[in-house]
Ligand binder design. Structure first.
Ligand code: NAD
Length: 260
């Protein structure tokens, strides 16, 4: 029997990057990933890619900041599969500006995707997890859940906030056998990071190579990027946990950039 046989896992932002890798590997180990993304065409393409490998997958349109759309998508999943065992709240964006002139609209948009999105998807899935007396919730944090960097005020704020949300869920969910944990990656080469490199180079007046070496990977022990596979290992570790022994925790996967 595979680790995720008969498990339904809703993964937000899974049409790209880290979320897509999580969906592919959850399916490879017997689970059915729900590809929930703002970009429905890309979500459908990911679901088709997974189905072509012989596994099941289902794409739903979901803007995680839209309460009605989150509820509708979760109801669609329940109508089709009857339960949601695993939630990976992963959808996210990045916007960089110095704090002194950070546009308020950009601040609100980022907090809304990371924090409102985590709250709304958690709330929508939780009632079904409580009814089933089982759930595994994983939030995609970051080293920026623990550390700060210049130019990333709302991102650092939101990623720290997810740890608070996760700890509350760990306490409230315990009696229903729902665990909650945060995975905190270092830099991973995904579209989100590829977009930041030229932006940071411009803001700081340095080359793109310097952004990678002197900023992104400066504090790692070996100058290496974290990979989508590394992050997926950690997410699936929490998703497949047999007991409640690990809940309210955060696990940093960052080549030693941050040490607990
Ligand atoms: P990515 O840009 O490759 O993928 C993000 C996905 O989220 C996209 O498919 C996008 O369509 C989707 N999305 C964006 N806004 C959405 C919304 N409102 N509703 C639903 N879906 C939405 O990014 P990634 O690098 O894979 O990042 C995934 C998560 O990992 C984010 O939470 C990010 O903060 C976190 N993270 C990334 C890194 C990194 O270095 N790449 C490091 C630490 C944490």
């Amino acid at each position: 029997m595979a680790r995720f046989d008969n498990r339904i896992g809703l993964i937000t932002g899974s049409a790209s990057g880290i979320g897509k890798e999580i969906a592919i590997r959850f399916a490879a180990e017997g689970g059915t990933p729900i590809i929930a993304d703002l970009n429905l065409d890309a979500a459908k393409a990911t679901a088709e890619e997974i189905k072509a490998s012989g596994a099941d997958a289902f794409a739903v349109a979901m803007n995680v900041t839209d309460e009605a759309q989150v509820e509708k998508a979760v109801n669609e999943v329940i109508a089709k599969y009857g339960k949601i065992d695993v939630l990976v709240s992963n959808a996210g964006i990045q916007t960089v500006h110095p704090l002194v002139d950070f546009p308020f609209e950009d601040w609100k948009k980022l907090l809304s995707i990371h924090l409102d999105g985590a709250f709304l998807t958690t709330r929508a899935c939780l009632k079904h997890m409580y009814a089933a007396n089982y759930g595994r919730v994983i939030y995609m944090g970051s080293v920026h859940s623990k550390e700060a960097s210049k130019l990333k005020a709302p991102y650092v704020t939101a990623k720290h906030g997810l740890i608070g949300l996760s700890k509350v869920l760990a306490k409230e969910g315990a009696e229903y056998n729902v665990t909650s944990n945060v995975v905190c990656p270092g830099f991973v080469r995904t579209p989100l990071v590829d977009k930041q490199i030229p932006e940071q180079a411009k803001e700081l007046g340095i080359t793109e190579d310097e952004v990678i070496k002197n900023i992104m990977l400066k504090d790692t022990v070996d100058g290496q990027f974290t990979t989508t596979d590394d992050v997926t290992d950690a997410v699936l570790f929490f998703a497949g946990a047999e007991s409640n022994v690990m809940t309210g925790q955060s696990l940093v996967v960052s080549h030693g950039w941050f040490m607990q």
